[in-house]
Design a protein around this ligand. Structure first.
Ligand code: NIG
Ligand code: FE
Length: 429
């Protein structure tokens, strides 16, 4: 595991080249190198080109190749590792019963209003020990890695009290240290109003601002601060007050915005220059235009719209309005219990008017940008982390075409092969 690797003969080396979010039409530009090769040295991409050019350069430099692993990717496409930039993967308990109720016709918000939903998971997460959350987290990260995810965002938000919110963030940070998948932590204490603050959302916001945010900031437990800005949860005014304070404390900003009701979350994201606004099923034309202008990434979560049987976010309009769109799973125990990247590709391309090229950009470079990491991950460019996937098929076009099935054969993280379906799907630990 020295991070030295050469991949050769890839039928398509899909570089997604770039160091910032791709907006609008730029999302179609994948920068594909036929018969491509990539050299990774000590975990960092050292050279990218055609196999002929890379071979010639290696020969000319007289580089000693003894310390390099070689992967022959003949007839296989190679892409950057996927970046899942919105998940809630650390939680206790499950909500299969609520899924059945939703199949029967109950809505997500009805279940939430009668004390189920997020509150249900809060109870289970408060009860769970840190080690139980850690073990569940490892299993979920293993599954994500097999889908080709090399970086994931993980939110707190199932504690809604100081102790459990901090416990969740500690577990997320611990997982980042022990698992191949890199994790970007987000503090989502403002995910719902807990029972002991019922009817007093402003007081709960004050509590978070005074007691929990400063601890999370001081201990550097999270890069982002997020809020569920939604009718009957937190208003635009409460969200503005809370996120402004979070910004002052050094957090970058995300919002669950305009998911169920058009509340003005997209406009608020633009006003606060948030890194991303997420969901956006009901975002207004004006909100989308303001986001494009302010450079706020529109993170769309089709798995959630699918699972809740809601109308999909207007991805086509957003891209045509020059927005940068990212796609993510929103993996969580309630509104989308799925970490499936193939499902996201299928829904985005078949139901949201997103092309395969745009979907690839949305799950690589734009996912990276939604985590402010487009300078170091999300594309196969020299100087970036050696994070990539090798497909079992010759073209990236097979990703949505092989509907709902993972096309990922190998996953490389920092130049090390960490998952290989050819070796029985086992991860090297
Ligand atoms: O992104 N909308 C709010 N939060 C999550 C769902 C969390 C849950 O139901 O547990 C979401 O959909
Ligand atoms: Fe979410």
């Amino acid at each position: 595991m020295n991070g030295n690797l050469i991949i050769k003969n890839a039928s398509e080396l899909v570089t997604c080249s770039g160091f910032a979010a791709k907006k609008g039409r730029e999302m179609s530009e994948l920068h594909v190198i036929p018969d491509g090769a990539v050299v990774i040295k000590a975990g960092t991409i050292d050279a990218v080109g055609t196999t002929g050019d890379i071979d010639a350069a290696l020969e000319k430099s007289g580089a000693d190749l003894a310390g390099f692993d070689i992967i022959d990717a003949t007839n296989k496409a190679v892409l950057p590792g996927f970046v899942d930039s919105h998940t809630h993967f650390v939680f206790g308990g499950y909500r299969a019963q609520e899924f059945s109720w939703r199949l029967r016709g109950d809505s997500y918000m009805e279940i939430m209003e009668r004390g189920g939903g997020i509150a249900n998971t809060v109870q289970a997460t408060r009860k769970a020990t840190a080690n139980e959350l850690l073990q569940a987290g490892i299993k979920r990260l293993d599954s994500m890695l097999a889908f080709g995810v090399t970086t994931v965002e993980g939110k707190s938000g199932y504690g809604l009290d100081q102790e459990t919110e901090i416990k969740q963030l500690e577990v997320i940070n611990h997982l980042d240290g022990i698992h191949y998948v890199d994790i970007v932590p987000t503090f989502l204490g403002a995910h719902a109003v807990p029972a002991d603050f019922k009817g007093r959302a402003d007081d709960f916001i004050d509590f978070l601002m005074e007691k929990v945010l400063p601890v999370a900031a001081e201990r550097k437990l999270a890069a982002y601060c997020d809020i569920f800005c939604e009718k009957k949860v937190f208003s635009v005014e409460q969200s503005r007050r809370y996120l402004s304070r979070a910004k002052d404390l050094g957090f970058k900003i995300k919002l669950h915005a305009d998911e169920i009701v058009q509340l003005g979350g997209a406009e608020l994201a633009a006003e606060l220059e948030a890194t991303s606004a997420d969901h956006l099923l009901q975002a207004s034309d004006e909100g989308i235009r303001q986001m494009a202008q302010a450079g706020v990434i529109a993170t769309l979560l089709p798995g959630t719209a699918f699972s809740l049987k809601e109308t999909y976010a207007r991805a086509r309009f957003m891209i045509d309005s020059h927005c940068a769109v990212a796609l993510a799973t929103d993996f969580n125990p309630g509104s989308c219990f799925s970490e499936s990247i193939p499902l996201i590709f299928a829904l985005a391309t078949l139901y949201m008017g997103i092309t395969t090229e745009e979907a690839v950009s949305a799950l690589t470079i734009n996912g990276a940008a939604a985590l402010d990491r487009a300078d170091v991950i999300g594309s196969l460019d020299v100087g970036k982390h050696g994070d990539l996937v090798v497909l079992e098929y010759p073209s990236y076009k097979f990703i949505p075409y092989h509907i709902g099935v993972s096309t990922v054969e190998k996953v490389v993280k920092n130049g090390n092969l960490v998952f290989d379906k050819e070796k029985g799907g086992m991860k090297y630990c």
